[in-house]
Design a protein around this ligand. Structure first.
Ligand code: HEM
Length: 422
């Protein structure tokens, strides 16, 4: 089975490569979600890094944009937020401009000083003492999810493990009603899905579901504001000067940010870890022989997977990058997924190696003022999951092709068929 899967994959990669190298660069639209669903994006980015690292796309149905594909150029954009804005009113942080119906301010789509003030409200939850407190709970819950998995029987890892564990983690961060926690998953999926994804059937349905999300959180927010301050995300925002007076739209924007930020990303790293170890069985063998390698596995999975493929900025002035002139108002897309495989910075970047010399040297969490606020929780959740897996199972075997998400923003999986052996 493993050999057949490997052969199919390598044929598909060869064909994708031939297509990418035959296409003129001026026709490249690397933000096409189909490239991500079919996992054929790699040779397109490889070519851009080599031949035109800052590339103007004028063939996209969602509007023209610059692609920034090299590690150092991405760092340049990240560290100059006054030139490259995240403001939702200029279009926000995704390649597609935000539809005005969904233009809810959240601090990831703001510039400083507003961004820094609101980010400061939630930061106390991500400090080392809070992480220690969370670790015990995460371990107990991870153990229980793993103990309930079937042995020697095929099941969907995404549904049974990745979604469940991530949803539990989010419910803990929000202190959200436990029995309703799957609502968080649904709202996250609905918030990020594209019209053709099949996740929702009409914009009306989508708006109605997100309105329900807004209602639910507005109620919880009001309740927590009346209660003494605690360390969950809702209570922190309800009691902090920068966020307690937020209007309904700003509250909804920040909550969707926190749900989506924590959900798809961590979920897809968990699934990615099982897939990567199966595609690289010698690395899996080394991990099983030496669980201390989990320390390097976690950042390597996050690099290799790159759960958010890009973040976008909008130029606030004319500027130069990679020998190109970017005009005020143009979209600039930082392709983390490409920077994370930049041959000039990451040695042998296409390979999955669990004991790299500098495993944290990746762009998956971004950099600069917007660098992921939840990165330590995500790493903690992944570390604990693998510690508990290695204690229990000899091997988790991938028994079919993954079904990938139709998106060039969230890079992840809808399904991964697996079987636990031993
Ligand atoms: C592997 C898991 C994760 C990945 C790959 C990831 C990735 C990212 C990226 C790329 C950014 C934008 C960085 C930039 O623009 O420079 C970001 C920001 C953010 N992430 Fe994460 N994230 C993960 C987990 C989490 C978790 C668990 C949470 C917690 C709820 C979270 C909450 C946030 C928030 C609130 C922001 C906005 C920060 C700001 O604008 O200042 N993320 N994340």
């Amino acid at each position: 089975m493993q050999e057949t899967l490997a052969r199919t994959r390598s044929d598909a990669r060869r064909e994708a490569r031939a297509r990418a190298y035959a296409m003129p660069l001026r026709e490249f639209h690397v933000g096409n979600p189909e490239l991500f669903r079919s996992d054929t994006l790699w040779p397109y980015f490889e070519r851009l890094r080599k031949e035109e690292p800052v590339h103007w796309c004028s063939t996209s149905p969602v509007g023209n944009y610059w692609s920034v594909t090299k590690y150092d150029d991405i760092m340049h954009v990240e560290t100059n937020p006054e030139i490259f804005s995240s403001d939702v009113r200029l279009g926000g942080i995704m390649l597609r401009d935000v539809d005005p119906r969904y233009e809810w301010p959240s601090f990831i789509a703001m510039d400083d000083p507003g961004h820094a003030e609101q980010r400061g409200s939630v930061q106390p939850l991500f400090t080392p003492p809070e992480l220690v407190r969370m670790a015990a709970l995460i371990r107990e819950r991870s153990a229980s999810v793993l103990d309930n998995l079937p042995r020697n029987e095929t099941f969907n890892w995404v549904e049974r493990v990745s979604i469940e564990l991530t949803t539990q983690m989010l419910a803990t961060l929000f202190d959200f009603p436990w029995e309703k926690r799957r609502k968080l998953t649904r709202w996250s999926d609905v918030a990020t899905a594209l019209p053709k994804s099949g996740i929702y059937s009409s914009e009306e349905q989508r708006l109605a579901e997100l309105a329900e999300c807004g209602e639910t959180f507005a109620r919880l927010f009001a309740e927590r504001a009346r209660q003494p301050a605690k360390s969950d995300l809702i209570s922190l925002m309800a009691h902090s000067a920068a966020t307690r007076g937020m209007d309904r739209e700003n509250l909804l924007g920040n909550l969707i940010l926190l749900i989506v930020g924590g959900n798809d990303t961590t979920r897809n790293s968990m699934t990615g870890s099982v897939l990567a170890l199966n595609e690289n069985p010698e690395q899996y063998d080394r991990l099983r022989a030496n669980p201390a390698l989990i320390a390097g596995l976690v950042p390597e999975v996050i690099r290799w997977q790159t759960p958010l493929a890009h973040m976008r900025r909008t130029a606030t002035q004319d500027t130069e990058l990679g020998g190109k002139t970017i005009r005020k108002g143009e979209r600039v897309v930082m392709w983390y997924v490409s920077g994370n495989r930049d041959e000039d910075v990451i040695e042998d970047g296409d390979s999955f190696i669990i004991d790299r010399r500098k495993p944290h040297n990746h762009l998956s969490f971004g950099f600069g003022i917007h660098r992921c606020v939840g990165m330590r929780v995500a790493e903690l959740q992944l570390r604990i999951m693998w510690e508990e897996i290695l204690k229990r199972f000899d091997r988790i075997e991938v028994v079919g092709e993954p079904k990938r998400v139709y998106s060039s923003f969230v890079k992840g999986y809808e399904a991964l068929p697996v079987r636990i052996v031993g």
